[in-house]
Ligand binder design. Structure first.
Ligand code: PLP
Length: 451
């Protein structure tokens, strides 16, 4: 490895980081991570911390998952690449599709289309939704609805349904016909409603109103995260996603669950949709499908949507879409090993138990630190603290103060993620009770230092 000064200097000189100003790595040099084991990462200076970010919501099984590493290494030896475009397939991707069918058949999701990541999966789901309606003779259904504060990746389609101006403004004009409804975000919402159940009903009514305004026959799909992730970990009331399902069904609109974060155990269930007892029509996945060790994703499709494509005899269902790395055998081998480990270790159950511990600990921290305006979590290992400079007025915390919380927490043993006024926690799902305590202790230190 090159020496520390070389790496720091050349990072600043040569890399543009995603989601950062290009000048930022000069002013705020990133933490350069050089090693990781279990749930812990080590930086260039040898400092070790619990990774409460879990890579980027994806390293669910931690950094030392040997079966996944072995699967990747073994597959590189046997068949490092072959395409799944028309005319060829590979043994790994076929086995993976069968395993995914086994896990998600209870949700009606029986077919898979493979991708190279979350943004690809979202784009695929949006395109398939439009094509579905065209095949059925409803070519006028082209619009998409989604939630404000939702995050659906960075491709043009995904950016168009994103509900956060930061990911949109500089890239406009985006796709026409994408409209957003208020998120069931209890702490701040346009209705000033603090009761989660009543807020869910108001947001559902807003969805009905928007459908009526646009014309239900113009809408292809509604896309949502079962729990908003990047937007600040916003779990809706339990009535919300079932309510969305009913409205979509009533109006012939497809429901796309963006489960890039929530699938494979993060919420304490195998998927966020199952967590809420909902069957989406399409489900976009990526991230933890390979534990972050290989870029990969899958869109799962229900039998009823699939049959519209499969029964077409006009040619309209030919899929003019796909990626060079769709069904990559190394990614598929990694995903097979991940599914096996997730099942063997009963990872969703641990996520639920440790998620409850972490959420309770954060609620205790709120009693102690007035910087905490809102605590969100309680559905597996995805939690957030929304920080404010004044609880009464809910004035969002300034950048410097939240940076102090993050920096001191890091020095005290936990890497946490900052997104706007939120501290976001999405640690590996193999977290132990002691690891969760380290995260809570580090946050306590960070909040004390920033007060
Ligand atoms: N959808 C959701 C809900 C996500 O959280 C993300 C990434 O965080 C994406 C899509 C995009 O995934 P990727 O960054 O792998 O393209």
């Amino acid at each position: 490895m090159k020496d520390s000064n070389f790496l720091k200097e050349h990072n600043a000189k040569s890399i543009w980081h995603p989601m950062a100003h290009p000048a930022d790595s000069q002013a705020n040099p990133p933490t350069i991570v050089t090693r990781a084991q279990g749930v812990r990462i080590t930086d260039l200076d040898g400092h070790e911390t619990v990774d409460a970010v879990g890579g980027l919501w994806n390293v669910n099984l931690g950094f030392s998952c040997q079966p996944v590493k072995d699967a990747i290494a073994g597959q590189l030896d046997t068949l490092p690449y072959y395409s799944t475009f028309r005319g060829t397939s590979n043994d790994q991707v076929i086995q993976l599709a069968e395993e995914l069918r086994r896990f998600f058949a209870p949700d009606g999701l029986t077919r898979a289309f493979f991708t190279s990541g979350g943004s690809d999966s979202v784009e695929t789901a949006l395109r398939l939704a439009r094509q579905y309606h065209k095949i059925r003779g409803e070519a006028g259904r082209t619009k998409f609805l989604s939630l404000k504060k939702g995050y659906h990746g960075t491709h043009m389609g995904g950016a168009s349904v994103n509900g956060n101006a930061n990911f949109r403004t500089q890239y406009e004009p985006l796709l026409p016909g994408c409209h957003h409804i208020p998120a069931p975000y209890t702490y701040r919402n346009p209705f000033n409603e603090s009761d989660p159940a009543r807020l869910a009903q108001l947001c559902l009514q807003a969805l009905e109103d928007e459908i009526a305004f646009q014309g239900s026959g113009t809408i292809a799909a509604f896309i949502m995260e079962p729990i908003l992730g990047a937007g600040g970990v916003i779990p809706p009331h339990e009535s919300f996603m079932p309510g969305v399902r009913d409205i979509c069904t009533k109006h012939g609109i497809l429901l796309i669950a963006d489960e890039v974060i929530t699938a494979f155990g993060r919420t304490g269930s195998w998927s966020g949709s199952r967590h809420w007892g909902v069957q989406p029509d399409l489900m976009a996945t990526a991230k933890a499908i390979t534990n972050g060790y290989f870029p990969f994703g899958a869109v799962m499709i229900t039998s009823s949507v699939a049959e519209v494509f499969e029964n077409d005899r006009t040619g309209a269902a030919a899929i003019g879409h796909g990626y060079t790395y769709s069904g990559h055998p190394v990614g598929a081998a990694a995903a097979l090993a991940c599914l096996a480990e997730t099942e063997k270790l009963n990872v969703p159950e641990n996520a639920a138990t440790r998620g409850t511990q972490l959420h309770r600990g954060l609620l205790d921290l709120r009693d102690k630190h007035s910087l905490i305006g809102d605590v969100r979590g309680g559905h597996g290992l995805m939690c957030a603290l929304e920080l404010v400079s004044d609880r009464e007025s809910k004035t969002p915390i300034d950048k410097a103060t939240i940076a102090t919380v993050q920096e001191v927490a890091y020095q005290s043993g936990a890497m946490v993620r900052v997104s706007g006024p939120n501290i976001i926690l999405s640690p590996p799902l193999i977290l132990t009770e002691e690891d969760a305590d380290v995260i809570l202790g580090a946050l306590d230190d960070g909040l004390t230092a920033a007060a």
